[in-house]
Design a binder for this molecule. Structure first.
Ligand code: CA
Length: 99
């Protein structure tokens, strides 16, 4: 079973080429925690492609800093096939990198 995550809206602060500046971004992991393989880091205002996991777990981590607030993001997820044992974890954190 796999998780499919579709982005419906995506408006975050730009982070430069490949989100090199760790300001505001969303990281998606192919598994239950941050030791799992990183599928991608997403920032800026281009709506990313859909994401597919290899298993039943997916972790989505949103990180934001002290300045420049954008609208955020909206995503929908579902699993293929069936409906059992799916788990997508969303986690948000604030990082005060002004210090
Ligand atoms: Ca910001």
């Amino acid at each position: 079973m796999q998780v499919i995550l579709y982005w419906r809206d995506f408006q975050l602060e730009s982070g430069g080429f490949e989100c090199q500046f760790d300001w505001d971004n969303v990281k998606v992991y192919d598994g239950p925690d941050e030791s799992s393989p990183l599928i991608g880091t997403y920032c800026g205002t281009d709506v990313p492609q859909f994401i597919r996991s290899n298993g039943v777990n997916m972790l989505v981590v949103f990180k934001s800093d002290f300045s420049l607030t954008f609208r955020g993001f909206e995503a929908a997820y579902y699993n293929i096939p069936g409906k059992n044992n799916l788990r997508v974890t969303f986690f948000a954190m604030f990082c005060d990198n002004s210090l």
